[in-house]
Design a protein around this ligand. Structure first.
Ligand SMILES: [Zn+2]
Length: 400
């Protein structure tokens, strides 16, 4: 079908509206939740006569899914974007001012990821108003809680796994500068506790200093574990990494510390199972403790795990999206990313997923977050072309 023209003014208006509505994740300072944005999304879709369902996730927090039917039953593309943002602490602009200047729109969430959400919404609205159905059906899932615990996409993935919803591919909206993230890392985060023996610090020989034990662990991780990462290097996302992100230890200035806890953020590459990575590290650390006189430690269960993701480059959505983007911007590419997204949770339930959207990831979570309006429009044009052409090629002529 002919690619419908997406109205720039409408994209700007919807993006301004979305940014002006606070939707800070409730896990963060000043967190208001996503309810008001969800109501806006629902109202936009319904006023364009697009059927909507809500997926309750937790008290007062629901995903909204808009459903644009296609002419070919059983084929559906998923567009997914999160509605929550990080906190506004320390911002140097009005977080919800939604001011525009020099072609940019400023505010919390402008780039991450309300720009993607606005582009997706207006594309769906445009198709619905055009009165012509695309070959492929399209669902837009606006989800909660991407910035903290991924509860929104987890609920969506559950419905997919249960067979209530079926998608042949997904585009996950995040600021990629219109490039396509086809692989990204996962993570496993856990704590390692060095266990010493507390005592009066006037005679350090009478105790076991847990902070000094923790130093041994840090050294072991750097000198023995880290060099093994290179062999696991992935062509798109690079090698695994770990970061000792937090350290806590000691009770008082005159006491030999009896405990010291390290928090590790280990980033995984596609092919690594986060829980398996944790188990291996636990085994290695326990062996190290047995071989090191005086060292006692405990490796705690992970408190966060997230999966890495990778889409096979011969999945048809990869080429289709590249083609659609090439119509609006030259020089974009497929690449890997070190950060995590909702895409890995969709990939885990069998939906080939690509991360794509307007804006630069370097602008996400910043003190003066902004997005280039022209790029939001280009993303919308690319999504419109993707949908209009999806399933229209050889032997797949429209049936209605
Ligand atoms: Zn995001």
């Amino acid at each position: 079908m002919v690619v419908p023209i997406v109205d720039r003014e409408e994209i700007w208006r919807v993006l301004r509206d979305l940014v002006a509505i606070p939707s800070v994740n409730p896990a963060f300072p000043g967190g208001t939740g996503e309810a008001e944005v969800a109501a806006y999304v629902r109202n936009y879709l319904e006023s364009n006569r697009i059927r909507c369902i809500e997926q309750p996730v937790s008290e007062g927090r629901s995903n909204v899914i808009g459903m644009l039917p296609g002419t070919r039953a059983g084929r559906t593309l998923l567009l997914e974007a999160h509605m929550d943002t990080v906190q506004t602490t320390g911002m140097t602009i009005e977080p919800f001012g939604a001011k525009t200047a020099s072609g940019r729109l400023y505010g919390r969430g402008a780039c991450d990821t309300k720009a993607s959400l606005a582009a997706m919404l207006v594309v769906l609205g445009t198709f619905a108003r055009s009165g012509r159905k695309p070959t492929i059906g399209v669902h837009l899932a606006a989800v909660v809680d991407e910035e903290y615990r991924y509860a929104g996409v987890a609920r969506l993935a559950q419905a997919i796994e249960a067979g209530e919803l079926r998608y042949e591919a997904a585009i996950v909206g995040e600021p990629t500068g219109l490039s396509r993230v086809v692989a990204h890392k996962g993570c496993v985060r856990f704590r390692i506790e060095a266990r010493g023996v507390a005592g009066h610090s006037s005679d350090p020989s009478k105790g076991v200093n847990a902070i000094e034990q923790a130093m041994e662990i840090v050294r072991y991780l750097r000198e023995v574990i880290e060099p093994g990462y290179e062999a696991l290097r992935h062509p798109l996302v690079g090698p695994p990494t770990h970061c000792i992100a937090q350290i806590e230890g000691g009770d008082a200035p005159n006491t030999i510390p009896g405990a010291c806890t390290l928090t590790i953020d280990r980033r995984t590459v596609p092919g690594e199972e986060p829980l398996g990575v944790w188990k291996r590290m636990k085994t290695d650390l326990e062996r190290f403790a047995r071989e090191t006189p005086g060292l006692a430690l405990a490796v705690h269960e992970p408190f966060i795990i997230d999966y890495a993701m990778e889409i096979r480059t011969d999945e048809s959505v990869v080429g289709r999206l590249a083609q659609a983007v090439n119509l609006v911007k030259r020089g974009t590419a497929e690449h890997g990313a070190a950060y995590g997204t909702d895409a890995s949770k969709l990939a885990r339930v069998g939906v080939p997923s690509i991360v794509f959207g307007p804006g630069d990831i370097r602008q996400a979570h910043t003190d003066d977050e902004w997005v280039e309006l022209a790029e939001v429009c280009a993303a919308a044009d690319a999504l419109a072309a993707l949908i209009a052409n999806y399933g229209n090629e050889e032997g797949e002529e429209e049936t209605a």
